[in-house]
Ligand binder design. Sequence first.
Ligand code: ZN
Length: 70
Amino acid sequence: MPNFYYLNEEPQPSGVHEIHADGCKFLPVRRVYLGYYANSEDATRNAKQFYEDVSVCEHCVTDVEFALPK
Ligand SMILES: [Zn+2]
C-alpha cells in the first residue's frame, strides 16, 4: 500500500532489519526514513542498500508476497 516506509536500525534477534510503514505501533525509535513508496516491494529495494538482510513487518505491511517468511 502507498505509505511512508521506515527501516529499523536495530536488528531483530535473527539479524533481520524490519521495514515498517508509517502508523505502525511497532515503529522503532531508531529508524531510517526510506521514503514514500507505492508498495513495500519498492521500499524493500531501497532498504537493501542499507542492510543485506531485511524483511517487512507483518503487523503493518500487508503486501502478502513480501510478508512471507523466507
Ligand atoms: Zn510495523
